[in-house]
Design a protein around this ligand. Structure first.
Ligand code: ZN
Length: 595
């Protein structure tokens, strides 16, 4: 045991010595207090390296030595204040590496004598008492408030009362702390009940009114607590896991989004006949669009989406042949060809042999085929609907496959690679796309199409609307694949705002498509995802304000099933839980086509 502890200490010290960068790091906007720090495996260092802004040491005076302990009975001879706190602090201060820090000294023995011993001991360390970055705050057993002023200037006090603030000398009060349990019985999950939240807010306001930093002790120690306290502007957030709290709170802002742009929800008519054979098929793929992504947009849109009006719902199992967690290439290939393959493969099986894809099958039967995406045209999802390559990064090979493909038009990013697209594709501006004569390429971005955050506006919905107007005129039957590709990229970036914005844009596009389906009554619409991205979860939010707080398991895709929504004739075929290859199979079954 001793050896392993010594080893651990050595490893930690090595980390500490080698990582001056860590010391240069400022604490996050929210300040975390390391409660009972002396009880940690590595007192001081764990909290300091972890970014805590305040560190608490319980101190007991015995035989004129200041021990760090909760009680006299628990004194360990080696655990002196000097060894565990003063020496490391002095070391950092001498090399100029000490960042801003509050030391909360919680006196467990007699107030006056312990404080006197502490003052004496600190005076041996002028580097600590004179440091502008250090604040010494006395908590626990303290002298009367009227005696605060009798101590040297570097000593401040933790005042633990809110009702006498207008009667005492506040000049030496460095912190106000109160016991959370006097205000609420909240366990740190869900929400505080309203009357308790009111009391908590009033307590915080009293400290703020006299311009003093505030802390609750005895509070729950959960992510939700840290979040609520941060939002309530509690100056020091109490935690027994300070490094975790700091790293969590650092992501708070990026993970929180308040949506201001509500999108219109379209209510579909359901006036088609389920038993009809559909004429047209529109497959809509939200890349990385799992259930949490959809729910996040639904919350941001104050509780409702067009997508969630649909009634024929299933789940797609997305694993590829070589990985439980698929990439977009294998995911889209499964939907485009009905065959599972290895990650990175575009339209080929796991032995890299060409697979017949749905646009080839349908073009041989007189369908017009179109692709619309916010990705580049050679992105893995659109590529799987026309190309046959074993490697998704084989841009040249993928784009050359357009020549022999069943694709009649595409609207996509990728202008910068247009020279690689076979010249049988006539290049048009979107505005000039009013009818379809020969194969047509429309570029709406250099590489990827700009994101919503970059100002894409309603370009996706507009592209879909224009295409449907053309197809409706004289181009039935048709197959169209529409991809909202940037739900995925924002998942990879762990960007809550981006996920919500791109999903809401997808929903507006879905509304466009459903209006068309209602008008024609002969169009089967299937809306799904190739996989989920980021293990996105929603930990809190507000349906009234459109606020949403997300969290992420990973920056990669995940293996969780994704929802499938269907609308139009034969939509009932898409109920249940099935492999992603069934999307292809069931579309062809709906069309009564045997490939
Ligand atoms: Zn991805």
């Amino acid at each position: 045991m001793k050896i392993s502890k010594a080893l651990k200490t050595l490893v930690l010290l090595a980390i500490v010595v080698c990582s001056n960068a860590i010391f240069a790091q400022q604490p996050s906007t929210y300040q975390v207090h390391s409660h009972n720090d002396y009880a940690q495996e590595f007192p001081f260092w764990g909290a300091y390296v972890g970014g805590a802004a305040s560190i608490e040491a319980d101190v007991f005076l015995k035989n004129n030595i200041l021990y760090v302990t909760h009680s006299e009975a628990e004194i360990l001879p080696e655990n002196t204040l000097e060894r565990l706190y003063l020496q490391p602090l002095a070391g950092l201060a001498r090399t100029g590496d000490l960042r801003k820090l509050q030391l909360l000294i919680d006196i467990k023995s007699d107030a006056e004598s312990t404080l006197e011993a502490l003052v004496q001991e600190l005076q041996d360390y002028p580097v600590l008492t004179q440091s502008e970055n250090l604040k010494w705050v006395i908590s626990g057993n303290r002298p009367k408030a009227s005696a605060y002023k009798n101590y040297p200037d570097f000593i401040e006090f933790d005042h633990q009362e809110l009702d006498d603030l207008d009667t005492i000398d506040l000049s030496r009060v460095g912190l106000i702390s109160v016991d959370f349990k006097n205000y609420s019985v909240w366990n740190g999950f869900g929400n505080m009940v309203a009357p308790e939240l009111k009391k908590v807010k009033e307590a915080i306001a009293k400290a703020q009114a006299v311009d003093k930093p505030f802390r609750f002790w005895g509070s729950p120690d959960t992510k939700i607590t840290w979040t609520r306290f941060a939002n309530l502007s509690v100056a020091y957030i109490n935690s027994d896991v300070p490094a975790q709290a700091v790293s969590y709170l650092k992501t708070l802002e990026q993970n929180t989004y308040v949506n201001t742009k509500k999108v219109e929800v379209y209510t579909p008519e359901f006036s088609f006949d389920y038993e009809d054979k559909p004429v047209n098929v529109i497959l809509m793929i939200g890349d990385g669009n799992g259930l949490a992504q959809i729910t996040s947009a639904q919350i941001a849109n104050r509780g409702n989406l067009t997508l969630t009006q649909l009634q024929d719902i299933g789940f797609s199992k997305t694993a590829s042949t070589d990985d439980l967690v698929t990439d977009s290439a294998a995911g889209a290939t499964a939907m485009a060809t009905g065959t599972k393959t290895h990650n990175r493969a575009i339209g080929v099986n796991q032995n890299d042999e060409k697979l017949k894809n749905i646009t080839e099958i349908l073009s041989a039967r007189g369908f017009t085929n179109g692709l619309i995406t916010t990705d580049a045209i050679d992105g893995a999802t659109p590529a799987s609907f026309y190309a046959h390559r074993k490697e998704r990064d084989d841009t040249e090979g993928i784009l050359s496959d357009l020549a022999t493909s069943g694709i009649d038009f595409f609207i996509a990013g990728g202008r910068s690679k247009a020279a690689l697209v076979p010249d049988i594709f006539k290049v048009l501006q979107l505005d000039d796309f009013v009818d379809l004569n020969g194969k047509t390429a429309i570029y709406i971005g250099e590489n990827k199409v700009p994101s919503i955050a970059q100002g894409r506006g309603d370009l996706l919905a507009q592209s879909v609307k224009q295409s449907l107007e053309i197809l409706e005129k004289d181009r039935e039957p048709f197959f169209m694949m529409i991809e909202a590709s940037q739900i995925d990229s924002n998942g990879h970036a762990n960007n809550t705002a981006g996920i919500v914005q791109e999903m809401l844009d997808f929903d507006e596009t879905i509304a466009r498509v459903l209006r068309f389906a209602d008008k024609t009554k002969n169009t089967l619409v299937v809306i799904t995802a190739d996989h989920e991205t980021s293990g996105f979860g929603i930990i809190s939010g507000d349906l009234k304000t459109g606020e949403l707080h997300g969290e992420f398991l990973t920056t990669n895709h995940t293996g969780i099933m994704v929802p499938v929504f269907a609308y139009g004739p034969q939509a009932q075929k898409f109920r249940g839980a099935y492999e992603n290859t069934e999307i292809f199979q069931r579309i062809l079954k709906a069309l009564e086509i045997v490939p």
